[in-house]
Write a protein that binds this ligand. Structure first.
Ligand SMILES: [Zn+2]
Length: 274
């Protein structure tokens, strides 16, 4: 099977808070990118089709793509969902449950800085409209850098919270910042997530690991030429990829920062935040 671009977006907005601005595209650019995907002849399939293919199920169409959105920004409801609905395109939205606004109250709390986030009512409406709702932890920690018990609470806690809110099982998970470890991935499988997305800036393939699906991050500075290259199967390697020494070394650094209570940001130029 050919390389599958699994795109990851965050906010789609003309006026994002500064912290998320590097990971935000404007609605106009987003609509242009959807056009580029169509122009390249790609079929946008739900993430579950890719996961089924990885698990030996029905093969995917010859050339396809997957759309995913992380964190749970309110602009998914106001801006993204209408643009996808008018084109009949599926997508998966990974929600940080501690950042979601309950009716008339405050969110339970997350590490994400302030931004306009979805309400539980909007999450339920998006679910009813057919968008897949997935989990992105409760508070958005770096799962491979926190103690195992905390990681477990984050991984299982967001699943329970989403299932309570939506009254049906949820299956798809995405690692905050894209970070995972073998122990984190084992926990993800054990608590019942059937797939999990990373970042990796690589194409996915049916030979990959369902709890380590690589994605291509679309950023504010993603050049149109690069996006077009991605839609044609170029501009990035194809997974499965082995974990680089640089990634392992960086994790040791982030763990030591986490122990000191000073979480580190992203590695310079890694493109894996937030
Ligand atoms: Zn995130």
């Amino acid at each position: 099977m050919s390389a599958v671009p699994v795109f990851v977006y965050h906010s789609v907005n003309t006026d994002p808070p500064p912290w998320i601005a590097p990971y935000t595209v404007t609605p106009r650019v987003f609509a242009e990118q959807l056009d580029r995907i169509a122009d390249a002849g790609l079929t946008v399939v739900p993430l579950r089709r890719l996961v089924a293919a990885i698990r030996g199920g029905p093969p995917l169409p010859p050339r396809c793509a997957v759309l995913t959105f992380d964190d749970g920004f309110a602009d998914f409801y106001w801006t993204v969902a209408p643009l996808l609905t008018e084109r009949a395109l599926p997508a998966t939205l990974y929600v940080t449950t501690g950042a979601v606004h309950p009716p008339g109250g405050h969110p339970e709390g997350s590490l994400l800085p302030a931004a306009a986030m979805l309400s539980w009512r909007q999450v339920a409406t998006l679910d009813a409209l057919g968008f897949e709702i997935g989990g992105h932890t409760v508070t958005h920690p770096q799962l491979d850098a926190v103690p195992a018990q905390r990681a477990w609470r984050e991984i299982v806690g967001c699943k329970r919270r989403l299932e309570d809110a939506l009254s049906h099982p949820v299956y798809s998970f995405a690692y905050p910042h894209g970070y995972s470890s073998a122990a984190v991935r084992r926990t993800v499988r054990e608590v019942g997530w059937t797939s999990a997305c990373a970042v990796a800036n690589a194409f996915a393939s049916a030979d990959g690991d369902p709890v380590r699906i690589p994605r291509l991050m679309v950023r504010a500075d993603t050049r149109p030429e690069l996006f077009t290259q991605w839609t044609r199967g170029g501009g990035a390697p194809t997974a499965p990829l082995s974990e680089s020494l640089r990634t392992k070394g960086w994790r040791v650094y982030r763990r030591s920062r986490a122990l000191l209570g000073r979480p580190a940001g992203g590695p310079p130029g890694s493109g894996t935040l937030p």
